[in-house]
Design a binder for this molecule. Sequence first.
Ligand SMILES: Cc1cc2nc3c(=O)[nH]c(=O)nc-3n(C[C@H](O)[C@H](O)[C@H](O)COP(=O)(O)OP(=O)(O)OC[C@H]3O[C@@H](n4cnc5c(N)ncnc54)[C@H](O)[C@@H]3O)c2cc1C
Length: 499
Amino acid sequence: MQRVWRLGNTDGVPADPVVVVGAGPVGLTAALLLARRGLPVLVVEKHLEPYPLPRAVHLDDEVFRVLQAAGVGDEVQARSRPFAGLRLLDGSHRVLAEFRRRPEVGINGWPQGSFVHQPDLEEVLAAAAAATPGITVARGVEVTGLSQDDDGVTVLMRDDGADRSVRAAAVLGCDGAGSTVRDLIGSTMRDLGPADRWLVLDVRSPAPLPVWPGAHQVCDSRRPATFMPVTGDRYRWESRMAPGETVQDVTTPDRLAALLAPVDPDGVEIVRAVEYTFRAQVADRWRAGRVLLAGDAAHLSPPFVGQGMGLGLRDVHQLTWKLAAVLAGESGDDLLDSYQAEREPHARALIGVAQLLGRLMTRGGRAGDVLRRGVLAVARRIPAAARLATDSRTPPLAAGPEVQRRGRAGRRLAGSLVPQPDVVVDGRRCRFDDVLDRVLDGATGAELALVRPGELTLRVAGRPPVQVQDDGGALTSWLTGASASAAQIRPDRIVRAAR
Ligand SMILES: Cc1cc2nc3c(=O)[nH]c(=O)nc-3n(C[C@H](O)[C@H](O)[C@H](O)COP(=O)(O)OP(=O)(O)OC[C@H]3O[C@@H](n4cnc5c(N)ncnc54)[C@H](O)[C@@H]3O)c2cc1C
């Protein structure tokens, strides 16, 4: 259980903390990452209890590295299940195409895709935050105002009906789709496409249901739907609602039987059936001085590639090291300008993929259904198309001061993640990211250089190099495959430059 911080009780609230607004997955991850960099954090959440119902169900292996960096990767993995891939079905649930993901550990050191029950993830994050001495979580407190001066930010809050204020070194608005912080800095959401109304149906079944352990997309323009086994006895169905339809209209016994077929609706417990409006939006301004937006406060994605929450976790992985460097006086505030410059194009790219997939799978009427059957029958036999659908790698970050795409090696590697194999350091086998964190120890970059195949050094300026045995050869072939002999790695595992 988290501490509840009340008016007049400032025990444990550090001086000039970073105030994180919102204790959703993005805010709690940000708090853990900031605390690991030695910054005091106050998380302010307007609700007394975490949101209990499922939302996100998918995490990819890149995003698992963020959870690993926050210190909770193994705990989240213990409560998730590897995802078998994507099956595209026609309206009669015949398989049109199947794109498999390997359940074993891949290039990022985690299974390529995993299903997770969002409340389980939030429980792990909240427990880790409660156990971290530098973090105070204040529940039942709503942020209502902000004012900035040269020394920091004054945050106004409503706490049990009374107003109070806290001085903050910086503020992260991780306060979700309806973000107050976004309004307070005068930022506005911009639509990237039309909104779509979907039924979201969460189901529990005492007996395991006979479904393939991956995501299913029903490519039927009249009744597009998705379904997947989440974790344990939990299952999710989503179905697009026609204009004018209500939840009652789409959950009649007949409609439920058709949606869940061949599963018998009477044999399962419907946990909830609600309407959600999926939006594709990006905020026009992610920063005003020392106030920054992350997660759903900065962008919203349709669900087709399961990246909404993942985008937010990627945001805070980079924002936290940049903010720490600025607050420590090691970098100027202009480092924070690179945050939106890098993250917005990446978020737009993934939102664009989600929109495209949604359109390809669900639009075009009956003619579209026929076309899709033909195209997909061919696509699944073309290795390049299948690779595209099964590869979890996301686009490289945009070039800028922190992503230097110069030279042949730089053009190939900068902006992308370094792989995470297991390596041997000082006779001990460990994950590469854990070694990187140890070597970085607060620094903003380390050079990974090839000494000979299978042997590399990791070096931070002014400190002794660390020998890295790459006995599986993954780091060696990653460098040599890009004609590189060395890469500069940022704390968020992104390659800054390569030569
Ligand atoms: C049906 C559905 C399916 C989804 N599927 C996926 C998926 O498969 N994969 C994926 O990655 N994403 C998915 N998403 C998206 C994912 O759930 C969100 O992207 C994620 O929850 C966003 O996290 P967040 O921390 O940014 O915001 P939230 O989880 O919304 O947290 C924001 C918090 O801020 C608090 N808050 C708001 N205003 C204030 C204030 N003024 N003061 C104090 N506190 C405040 C709120 O109470 C809330 O707790 C899905 C979403 C839905 C609805």
